[in-house]
Design a binder for this molecule. Structure first.
Ligand SMILES: [Zn+2]
Length: 462
């Protein structure tokens, strides 16, 4: 299929894909505790049906322990030399949160116009971008080839990504099922609408709790303040050492490098983060370095007396929870250890701190030199008409590591139909139809180019 034929085919499929996206987004498939299971099953069944209808000959339901059912499908390679591509997505969604903040009911997909996304507008609903748009993009690619793409396909659509995914741990236990040459993990999207983007790095994460106990009980601040050690002051002095005067992380041994890819403009970042007028950003260096290839430490919780019920007393106990994000290639236990060592070495006013290491999640950095990467660059350019940009993301996606461990030789590609402005996990989530269309084209072009590379030829002339 030439680029022109692919584009025409996808354009012809868009009405049907949009209708199926609406059907899927009408199902409140929330796999969090306390939400009904029926819609999760219904979304599972619809995805399985859509895959069968798209020509996937083998579709199976995987019931793993303590998780929603996974849709698994396989299309054998068309010839022995063709590579196998694993496609990943998820059909579960975040809870809608406060429905009063939504401009339309979260499970009634509603058209939106413009929204900075070029022509065609988009649709607003919970989960319509994350990640139902990408499930539909995979299906669109299969439809474009009438169920016979030029590569072997394994497709995995899980049902509990947003709440304790089984894909951090399960894939390495079943490596045959996940064996492939490349995988397209479509649970993200472009830096901004219209800018084709490959995500090549994910920061790692770790948590650390630090606590201080100085007195048995609160004591009158008039009678004891000035000599009795104040646990909250001790904790605040400790927390104040984590950053330098510019706001850069001051803990030694946390890896920080210049970010070589693209990033947000400061204006985009301010708008996305909701930074108030006149507020400076913190840290120095490029935004990519601050957000993706350098560390960040955030105080995410603090136990201390609340202001409303504050007594005039020296505080005997205080505690903080810290969230550390670190360079994609730094070892998680090592990174966490740097923060723990830093805190343990402190003696604010001579007082030692109790430091408890918490959970870690590894980062990820993709290899970018292989044939699947080159095919993806060609495909993204074909779809969006521009060279692809490289970005990373500050959040970690543990399943990327789970899948990469199951298929250690496979190239991992991260792209999809979401974009940074689509309000993921927030009220008024939306997807742009132009991005969905271009993603379907990109996936179709990717499998063509990748199959051609495996045969040693040029896909567009095959
Ligand atoms: Zn997602």
């Amino acid at each position: 299929m030439t680029p022109e034929e692919l584009a025409t085919t996808v354009d012809g499929l868009m009405d049907g894909l949009r209708a199926d996206l609406v059907r899927l987004a009408e199902i409140p498939s929330i796999a969090f505790p306390g939400f009904p299971d029926g819609p999760v099953q219904e979304a599972h069944d619809l995805v399985a049906e859509l895959l069968r209808d798209a020509g996937v000959p083998h579709v199976e339901r995987l019931d793993l322990p303590d998780t929603a059912p996974v849709v698994y499908g396989e299309i054998p390679p068309p010839d022995p030399g063709a590579p196998t591509v694993l496609l990943y997505g998820h059909y579960d969604v975040q809870p809608p949160g406060d429905e009063k903040l939504w401009r339309s009911p979260p499970f009634e997909p509603t058209p939106i116009e413009g929204d900075g996304g070029g022509d065609g507008g988009g649709l607003r609903a919970r989960g319509i971008a994350d990640d139902k748009s990408n499930v539909i993009a995979h299906i669109g690619m299969l439809r474009a080839y009438g169920g016979r793409p030029p590569v072997g396909v394994k497709i995995v659509v899980e049902g509990q990504e947003e709440y304790g995914s089984a894909f951090d741990g399960y894939p390495p236990t079943d490596p045959d099922r996940f064996a492939c040459d490349a995988m397209v993990i479509a649970d993200l999207g472009n830096l901004r609408p219209g800018t084709p983007t490959l995500t090549t790095g994910l920061r790692g994460a770790a948590e650390v709790v630090v606590e201080v106990r100085t007195l048995d009980e609160p004591r009158h601040s008039g009678e004891f303040g000035g000599a009795a050690p104040d646990a909250l002051l001790v904790l605040l002095k400790a927390l104040a050492t984590l950053h330098d005067v510019h706001g850069d992380v001051a803990v030694e041994g946390l890896r920080r490098e210049e970010w070589a890819g693209t990033s947000y403009t400061e204006e985009e970042f301010r708008s996305l983060a909701g930074v108030r007028e006149g507020m400076p950003l913190i840290g120095s260096g490029g935004l990519g370095e601050r957000l993706w290839s350098g560390p960040a430490i955030t105080v995410i919780g603090l136990d201390a007396p609340g202001v409303e019920h504050a007594a005039s007393a020296v505080v005997p106990y205080a505690r903080a929870k810290l969230n550390l994000r670190f360079h994609p290639r730094q070892d998680p236990v090592e990174a966490r250890g740097r923060l723990v060592d830093h805190l343990r070495s402190l003696r604010p006013f001579g007082v030692p701190l109790t430091v408890t290491p918490g959970d870690t999640g590894p980062g990820y950095e993709a290899e970018t030199g292989g044939p699947a990467y080159r095919a993806a660059l060609t495909a993204l350019k074909e779809a969006w008409g521009k060279e692809a940009a490289y970005v990373a993301t500050g959040g970690s996606i543990p399943l990327v590591n789970g899948l990469a461990q199951a298929a250690p030789g496979a190239e991992v590609l991260l792209f999809g139909a979401q974009d940074s402005m689509c309000n993921l996990h927030a009220p008024n989530e939306r997807v742009l139809l132009s991005e969905l269309r271009d993603t379907v084209v990109a996936m179709g072009a990717f499998v063509r180019e990748y199959a051609a590379a495996a045969r040693g030829g040029d896909g567009s002339r095959a």
